[in-house]
Design a protein around this ligand. Structure first.
Ligand code: NHR
Ligand code: GAR
Length: 208
């Protein structure tokens, strides 16, 4: 059984999708903890209801990013994870943290990377006149939103779309691709070769 730790900052709908599929589809894995940097993250209540251990490491309690990262790493390490999943986690992590979990740290970013790394992706895609937008699951590397790509989804931009409309169309696909990517990881179906992810069964790594 692989041990999964999920880091959140808010609603946690991606976390919920992963928790549900892990339990219902009998993955060889268990979500052992959900950790938030925000004490008021809505997703914590869901995890508690499901009997999953929760913890809060409040970034506001630490004087430096390095001190926060070290405190977070201590809590994560105590869970002995095989995989750490960022699911709407909103703090940039330093090199020491990222290297500690290299090859077992995943993120979902709400854009078709390498377009629009960072924040406000839907606004920037609208401003650029993009006709397709989407989401990307990637391994985390020290450079923000630049790690090896595992899986992507693409959806159209429709006339009259605003940021909220785009965000919810993309989010619906996140709930499909993130659980799938995590399942591939826990079933040992992913390899990283020269910075490129290969799905060992040859499954399609894009959802349209
Ligand atoms: N850390 C590293 N090193 N590499 C990545 O690829 C990371 C990461 C930490 C988080 C998620 C992310 C995203 O998918 C993620 C990927 C937060 C920010 C940000 O600017 C940017 C990207 C991501 C998460 N955060 C502000 C900060 O100063 C705080 C914003 C807030 O609290 O609302 O850390 O896009
Ligand atoms: C998701 O759309 C996720 O891709 C995005 O925030 C949302 C979190 O929703 N992540 C980022 O923007 C990271 N910078 P959730 O909390 O319901 O999973």
């Amino acid at each position: 059984m692989k041990r999964i730790v999920i880091l959140i900052s808010g609603r946690g709908s991606n976390m919920q999708a992963i928790v549900q599929q892990c339990a219902e589809r009998r993955w060889p894995a268990k979500v052992v903890a959900v950790i938030s940097n925000r004490p008021d993250a809505k997703g914590l209540a869901y995890a508690r209801e499901r009997g999953i251990e929760t913890a809060v490491v409040d970034h506001k309690a630490y004087g430096t990013r390095e001190a926060f990262d070290a405190a977070l790493a201590a809590v994560v390490d105590a869970c002995e994870p095989d995989l750490v999943v960022l699911a709407g986690f909103m703090r940039i992590l330093g090199t020491a943290f990222v290297q500690r979990y290299e090859g077992r740290l995943l993120n979902i970013h709400p854009s078709l990377l390498p377009a629009f790394p960072g924040l406000h992706t839907h606004r920037r895609a609208l401003d650029a006149g993009c006709k397709l937008v989407g989401a990307t699951v990637h391994f985390v590397t020290p450079e923000l939103d630049h790690g090896p790509i595992v899986l992507q989804s693409a959806v159209p931009v429709l006339p009259g779309d605003d940021e909220d409309a785009l965000a919810s169309r993309v989010l619906a696909t996140e709930h499909v691709i993130y659980p799938l990517a995590v399942r591939w990881f826990v079933e040992d179906r992913l390899a990283i070769e020269h910075g490129i992810v290969r799905q060992l069964d040859g499954a399609s790594q894009v959802l349209m």
